[in-house]
Design a protein around this ligand. Structure first.
Ligand code: SF4
Ligand code: SF4
Length: 55
């Protein structure tokens, strides 16, 4: 499992990218993208202002 992004909600703010301790989130085309090495820490979930990222 890895964090997943609801692209309809994501506003591309970058808060999750800054919060991720393993650098696995990148903003592409104004949407957050999670790559393979998510450790399921939940930091991104806590930081998202629009509840667009979830575990
Ligand atoms: S759950 Fe943690 S490791 Fe996974 S994408 Fe979010 S901040 Fe990064
Ligand atoms: S914190 Fe939420 S709205 Fe901001 S880029 Fe990440 S998923 Fe999208």
């Amino acid at each position: 499992m890895a964090a997943k992004v609801n692209e309809e909600k994501c506003v591309g703010c970058g808060s999750c990218e800054r919060a991720c301790p393993v650098g696995t989130i990148k903003i592409q085309d104004a949407k957050a993208k999670v790559s393979g090495n998510c450790i399921e820490c939940g930091a991104c979930v806590s930081e998202c202002p629009v509840e667009a990222i979830y575990l």
